[in-house]
Design a protein around this ligand. Structure first.
Ligand SMILES: Nc1ncnc2c1ncn2[C@@H]1O[C@H](COP(=O)(O)OP(=O)(O)O)[C@@H](O)[C@H]1O
Ligand SMILES: CC(C)(COP(=O)(O)O)[C@@H](O)C(=O)NCCC(=O)O
Ligand SMILES: [K+]
Length: 244
């Protein structure tokens, strides 16, 4: 069994895998990391490996306490990845984006792939049919947009996510919901249209904390898979074992 952990900028997501099947999912806060891992390992005593991708402020040291129980694999840029990295600054590329690109490359061989991860930030990652990772885009995620409007203005309240009734907001709250949610949806549809104009065929993978909310609002039909990063972590680990 393999315990995969994705440390994002908002939350930590984890899953226990038996082969390619998820046995259980977990979501928790940074402060609960050690306690939660202990609980998971108590329940799944056959876990032999722990695989981590962290873009948050949690480093390898946080996992060393578990070294006696299982092998720790804290993924870095030095690990083996199944694509050719064409990013001009490969060392600054988020390890979460590398893992997503690895999962897309392994799960959908020999085709153009666009991965959209709607988390703290929205990240777009494109891997072409020759398995070249070209890059993509980074923009503020849904919750970050609500927070930014509040934090950087004097008069805008902090609202929580609500589906706008119309694109014409008829009051402050409705204007914010329209700007944030519709802006988010139009941005993603706009990016997809741009990729479509340049690449006749490609598949789209949508994941992240806002994926389900988003999927039903896009003009483009896309199926969300909230577990794509954790599945990709498991696959990246299998790839690493076979290629080290
Ligand atoms: N319980 C929750 N706590 C925080 N964010 C949540 C929650 N449920 C859904 N979300 C949404 O998930 C997004 C963060 O996604 P997530 O994939 O967890 O981010 P990250 O991987 O960057 O930590 C936020 O924009 C927010 O709208
Ligand atoms: C863009 C990100 C902040 C996204 O983080 P997330 O939304 O998954 O928490 C992360 O992938 C990162 O820190 N990237 C480094 C810059 C880059 O990828 O070019
Ligand atoms: K993201």
């Amino acid at each position: 069994m393999v315990l995969t952990i994705d440390v994002g900028n908002t939350r930590i997501k984890a899953a226990v895998f038996e082969g390619s099947t998820i046995l259980e999912n977990f979501v928790f806060e940074k402060e609960e990391l050690e306690k939660e891992i202990k609980k998971i390992l108590k329940k799944f005593q056959n876990c032999s490996d722990l695989v981590v991708a962290s873009v948050g402020n949690i480093e390898k040291q946080s996992f060393l306490a578990f070294e006696k129980q299982l092998a720790i694999h804290f993924l870095t840029h030095e690990d083996a990845f199944p694509f050719i990295n064409k990013y001009a600054t490969p060392k600054t590329l988020g390890i979460d984006r590398m893992v997503l690109a690895a999962g897309a490359t392994l799960q959908f061989p020999k085709q153009n792939r666009l991965v959209i991860d709607a988390g703290t930030c929205i990240t777009y990652d494109f891997i072409d049919e020759s398995d070249q990772y070209l890059g993509g885009a980074i923009s503020p995620g849904l919750r970050l947009r609500y927070e930014a409007l509040h934090n950087y203005t004097a008069r805008l309240p902090l609202l929580s996510l609500e589906a706008p009734e119309s694109y014409i907001g008829n009051a402050t709250a409705q204007s914010i919901h329209s700007g944030v949610v519709n802006g988010f949806v139009y941005e993603i549809d706009g990016f997809i249209d741009e990729y479509r104009a340049n690449f006749p065929n490609f598949i789209i993978i949508l994941t992240g904390g806002d994926a389900d909310f988003l999927a039903k609002r896009l003009k483009n039909t896309i199926f969300a898979n909230s577990n794509f990063l954790l599945e990709s972590l498991n696959q990246t680990f299998q790839y690493k074992i076979n290629n080290d």
